[in-house]
Design a binder for this molecule. Structure first.
Ligand SMILES: Cc1cc2nc3c(=O)[nH]c(=O)nc-3n(C[C@H](O)[C@H](O)[C@H](O)COP(=O)(O)OP(=O)(O)OC[C@H]3O[C@@H](n4cnc5c(N)ncnc54)[C@H](O)[C@@H]3O)c2cc1C
Ligand code: FES
Length: 293
């Protein structure tokens, strides 16, 4: 996997909608034909897409899956406002202008063979993409914890992959990851069957507590989700002295580094600095992000 940003490999493509499925709570899974984006995307990359020809400002969405051979790119998004509401109306066969892939992707450390993937809500997509890449590298043994406070956009199934450190009865898993042989567990405060009733980070703590010191030293955390969740992930990483990479979301206008509309405060060895989420991120070292600002 490549940690470099992709500013010289951002393409604008007229992507054809291949499928567009509606799920509970205004969630959608959209698959489009966009071969150049599919060929260059890395886990953590996002696209800036035109939700409707009448809406000038594009909206950013993380990439959930790609098939470079078939040339498609898939997204999971929630219709929360005007832009994503218009996007939800696009049908199979429509054309969507897509700019991407954009951003600095996740960069798993070669010696940290137990990646812990934590995705919350519409932060799940980059974790699925990362899991897809990691499963092709047999040295890694990833574990994914996914959380949602609305029904998951897939039918959870009891996992056949046993894990130590996970509370008894927490067996709900994402079928796609299960099919890939990657253990996953789901968390929610909503009391969904088989899910951990609590936060994703509580479940992560249980799992980390159950590991030997040797195994724990091989863990690296990757996360995407709402800011409070990412702040909790940063604190979890600090408590266990583990490296963590988090993918941030900010309002974006240009998404190519030109407008400085997406800056966040980070702490660098030289002191506080403002970084652009679109091109300096969206993936950052959790220890650097000033979550309170
Ligand atoms: C790098 C990146 C990746 C993203 N990936 C996904 C994804 O995979 N799936 C997904 O559903 N969403 C994702 N988002 C968020 C998505 O871009 C916004 O929900 C979308 O732009 C909202 O546009 P809108 O016109 O529908 O809503 P608006 O009318 O602009 O806003 C509606 C609501 O969404 C909130 N909102 C809007 N934009 C953001 C933002 N950037 N960050 C936090 N809150 C916001 C507003 O506070 C408001 O409550 C991502 C954002 C970024 C920056
Ligand atoms: S959105 Fe313009 S610099 Fe990031």
């Amino acid at each position: 996997m490549n940690a470099k940003p992709h500013r010289n490999t951002i393409f604008v493509e007229d992507a054809t909608v291949l499928s567009h499925q509606a799920h509970d709570a205004g969630q959608y899974i959209l698959r489009v034909q966009a071969p150049r984006c599919a060929a260059h995307a890395e886990p953590g990359s996002f696209v800036h897409l035109s939700c409707d020809p009448m809406l000038p400002l594009r909206r950013p969405l993380s990439i959930m899956r790609v098939d470079p051979e078939a040339g498609w790119v898939e997204f999971l998004y929630k219709a929360v406002g005007y832009g994503t509401g218009l996007l939800a109306r696009r049908a199979k066969g429509d054309t969507i202008s897509l700019m991407g892939p954009i951003g600095r992707p996740f960069a798993p450390h070669p010696q940290r063979r137990r990646p812990l993937l934590i995705g919350g809500g519409v932060g799940i997509p980059p974790m699925v993409f990362l899991a897809d890449r990691l499963r092709r590298q047999p040295d890694y043994s990833p574990f994914a914890i996914l959380g949602s406070e609305v029904p998951f956009p897939f039918r959870a199934k009891p996992s056949q992959i046993m894990l130590s450190g996970v509370p008894e009865g927490v067996i709900a898993a994402m079928p796609l990851l299960e099919d890939w042989g990657i253990p996953s567990r789901l968390a929610s405060l909503r009391g969904y069957a088989g899910c951990h009733e609590g936060y994703v980070t509580d479940l992560a703590r249980h799992w980390l507590d159950g590991l030997s010191a040797e195994a724990r030293a091989e863990v690296e955390i990757f996360a995407c989700g709402p800011h409070p969740m990412l702040a909790a992930v940063a604190s979890l990483a600090r408590d266990f002295d583990l490296p963590a990479q988090v993918s941030l979301e900010e309002y974006m206008a240009c998404a190519v580094g030109g407008c400085a509309g997406c800056t966040v405060r980070v702490n660098t060895p030289e002191g506080p600095a403002m970084k652009r989420v679109c091109v300096d991120g969206p993936v950052f070292d959790a220890a650097m992000v000033a979550f309170g600002h």
